[in-house]
Design a protein around this ligand. Sequence first.
Ligand code: M1P
Length: 270
Amino acid sequence: MAELYPDLKDRPVKETICLFDVDGTLTPARQAVSAEMLQTLSKLRHKCAIGFVGGSDLPKQQEQLGTPSLPVTTLFDFCFAENGLTAYRLGQSLPANSFIQWLGEEKYQKLAKFCLRYISGLEGLPAMRGTFIEFRNGMINVSPVGRNASKAERDEFEAWDKGTKCRSKMIEAIKKEFPDIGLTYSIGGQISFDAFPHGWDKTYCLTQVEAEADTSKGFSGVHYKNIHFFGDKAFQGGNDWEIYQDPRTIGHAVKGPEDTMAQLKELFDV
Ligand code: M1P
């Protein structure tokens, strides 16, 4: 059963929200969350607001963080999937933004065909599985091995990519072919990279956090002055970098879920 939490304005640690990356921060990459982490988050939610901001889409976060009887949107005050392009506040969806509307079908198809041609020309890929481009609401996700890769095939691709720099080289090739397309490319996980319009990185979700101060829109009126962000890819080129070093946030670099829990214990005694 879903637990009851104080209203956002009544949480004892005032004007404070903790935002978390998902893969490598709340869970091991693409794996399920532990019971201990869920318990820690629940304790924290009694003290301040909590949210996740992940590059993946909501069905993947549901798989990793939720259970069939507990939707992920009930476990956090704010759910920011696809960097916040798909957002939920207190279980209710907020207006979404669209990658395809922004880019247009014609440019998108040119980009998609280039990616598919590039992948088909790669030599030495350890495996090729299905879904080389995953089309999402706020971005596309491109994977040379394919999103249908198994756990073992993911690990194998990741090791191969470390040696060959396949993903970085592919991104360079796209940038050369489409110098003015206005997209940012981000390697956030093991087997793929995300492509989204400039500025639609994880900082995108901060606008929504700031909007919480606006009672005229039906929000709580809380002005979050302390926005903590926890992420494992808080280095230049990592997909947590922009939000980690944004002046609006207090950034915490973590080494993995255990470290996240240790830092929360230290900061909030949970
Ligand atoms: O959350 C980090 C990344 O997780 C997945 O990456 P991969 O499948 O390569 O491990 C993807 O959902 C990606 O979009 C996301 O940024």
